[in-house]
Design a binder for this molecule. Structure first.
Ligand SMILES: NC(=O)c1ccc[n+]([C@@H]2O[C@H](COP(=O)([O-])OP(=O)(O)OC[C@H]3O[C@@H](n4cnc5c(N)ncnc54)[C@H](OP(=O)(O)O)[C@@H]3O)[C@@H](O)[C@H]2O)c1
Length: 338
């Protein structure tokens, strides 16, 4: 069994912890939080051991009636791999602690690319991560773009990609963040950071992205234009390439799915943990080829798309399974069909 700890138990950390707890070859040793709130309460009800960040934090867990397992260092001493799901830039502050102990760490997309040896998306570069100490599971948008552009690149060759990203304003547990009545250019300048981030996974793909924030909490929406190297590619061939690729979902307006709200409602019907959707959803009818350029709309569930990547990264760094074995095991336990 691979012993795993999760440092940070917010949007990403609690999903990764639940996913790790479901793996037949992993043991979730514990999770780190700063304070005892409803998320800590439910974690304890699930039987997860809670760790605090410092003496004050540990005391707050004791005062609330929990029996904390100690601090981050105490958790580290008991694991083979730590998944760092702390807020942006906090992971970087922990890196030296992880390095000193020689423990393997999986960071998240909020950290800079150079925090790790590999920026990771399982279907693109699983083998590069084998045996490494530090891996970065890239952001939600980068994961979605890497999976889909890699698929098109393998099938037809990608000359260049241009993407406009409408970003969700905040996660559902952040009710004080906005905008609530505005579309915020984020950033105003072009390109946004997303393109260069995709190149940390797929360095050879020329890509430009632009992004803005919209008043919604549940998904990002990408408008994608990709110039293909192969001439004469049809819409049907692109649909087939996406159908055959792992962890990409095709949705259809014929089924009444015409909005991100429909995609999330559909995801709830799938009955996975929290109603999560681990695949980017591409509208079949939006796939169009004009003058050698492929167009499509893609929705990304920001809270959950990186969860399978974190699980696969754990197996990659420990060298405990091949890419196909790991992806199959992760898919089966999370209810991902393809
Ligand atoms: N949210 C997304 O859509 C998304 C998608 C993909 C990637 N990511 C990336 O994933 C990472 C985590 O993001 P998130 O959205 O999950 O953050 P989040 O919801 O704010 O959760 C952060 C967690 O870290 C804990 N924490 C705060 N300071 C800490 C410290 N010093 N030591 C240990 N734990 C600490 C918090 O504890 P408390 O709960 O006690 O406050 C919380 O549980 C970031 O790099 C982010 O960019 C986020």
């Amino acid at each position: 069994m691979i012993r795993v700890g999760v440092n940070g138990f917010g949007t990403i950390g609690r999903r990764v912890a639940d996913a790790v707890a479901k793996q037949p070859d992993m043991k979730l040793v514990g999770i780190v939080k700063t304070k005892p709130d409803y998320k800590a309460k439910i974690a304890a009800q699930k039987g997860y051991t809670l760790f605090g960040v410092d003496d004050k934090s540990i005391q707050s867990f004791k005062d609330a009636g929990y029996k904390p397992g100690g601090n981050v260092e105490n958790l580290l001493s008991q694991v083979d791999v730590i998944v760092d799901a702390t807020p942006e830039d906090v992971g970087a502050a922990y890196k030296e602690m992880y390095r000193k102990t020689g423990k393997k760490a999986i960071f998240q997309g909020g950290e800079e690319h150079d925090i790790a040896e590999v920026s990771f998306v399982a279907q693109c570069n699983y083998d590069l991560a084998k045996g490494k100490q530090f891996i970065r599971a890239v952001s939600c948008n980068t994961t979605a773009l890497s999976r889909t552009l890699h698929t098109l690149d393998q099938a037809f060759g990608v000359k260049r990609a241009r993407i406009v990203i409408a970003r969700r304003a905040s996660d559902p547990d952040e009710p004080t963040k906005g905008p609530i009545d505005s579309v915020n250019l984020d950033p105003v300048t072009i390109p946004s950071h997303h393109g260069p981030d995709v190149q940390t996974v797929l360095p050879h793909i020329p890509i430009v992205t632009m992004a803005y924030k919209i008043p919604t909490t549940h998904m990002h929406l990408h408008s994608v234009i990709v110039s293909l190297k192969e001439n004469g590619v049809t819409e049907d061939r692109i649909i087939n390439a996406f159908k055959e690729a792992p962890r990409i979902l095709l949705v259809s307006q014929k089924d009444g799915i015409r909005a991100t709200a429909h995609v999330m409602d559909y995801a709830r019907e799938l009955g996975r943990n929290r109603g999560d959707l681990y695949e980017p959803a591409i509208w079949k009818e939006s796939i169009k080829v004009v003058d050698g350029e492929a167009y499509f709309f893609m929705a990304v569930h920001q809270e959950s798309i990186v969860v399978p990547e974190n699980v696969d990264a754990i197996r990659a760094v420990t060298g405990s399974a091949s890419k196909s074995e790991s992806m199959a095991m992760t898919n089966k336990t999370l209810g991902i069909l393809n």
